[in-house]
Design a protein around this ligand. Structure first.
Ligand SMILES: [Fe+2]
Ligand SMILES: [Fe+2]
Length: 152
């Protein structure tokens, strides 16, 4: 019943869209990394896409459990990075937006007593904060490497 709160349904649909976007973003970036001849970055980004798939699974499970239609809005256009530095910067912006979305959603659900959805958004928020920290670290590592000069 509480799941019929239209704002809650809106948050869940935005969450689903964010996770589908994340999966696609990291798969695209994984293949960009491969084009640049960076197999380690490729493997890391494939794993990131798998982690985001697990987030999508949890959101879909919640939607199905609550009897809410599983639908997402259109995928936003994904910008293609021209360098590993730009790749990390785009991911950082994206993950920061997702952190903000889940922070708002968790806060809203706590305030209006949507306990299960609040737990879901809090768990996702924890993971996304780690993703954000991890892409910030990746950006630093890439800058440190490229600061050395040569890149293959
Ligand atoms: Fe995610
Ligand atoms: Fe993420």
């Amino acid at each position: 019943m509480s799941a019929r709160d239209p704002r809650l349904v809106g948050y869940l649909q935005r969450a689903l869209r964010a996770e589908i976007t994340a999966i696609t973003l990291y798969l695209s970036q994984a293949h960009e990394a491969l084009e640049w001849g960076l197999p380690e970055l490729h493997a890391r980004l494939l794993q990131d896409a798998r982690d985001e798939l697990e987030h999508e699974r949890r959101i879909v499970a919640h939607l199905v459990h609550e009897g809410i239609a599983v639908r997402a809005l259109d995928l936003p256009p994904l910008r293609r990075a021209r360098s590993p530095e730009e790749l990390a910067a785009l991911s950082r912006t994206f993950e920061a937006e997702v952190v903000e979305l889940y922070d708002d959603a968790a806060e809203y659900c706590r305030r209006f007593g949507h306990r299960e959805a609040a737990e879901l958004f809090e768990a996702l928020l924890d993971d996304e904060r780690q993703h954000l920290a991890s892409v910030v670290e990746l950006g630093g590592a890439i800058r440190a490497q490229s600061g050395g000069g040569s890149r293959g």
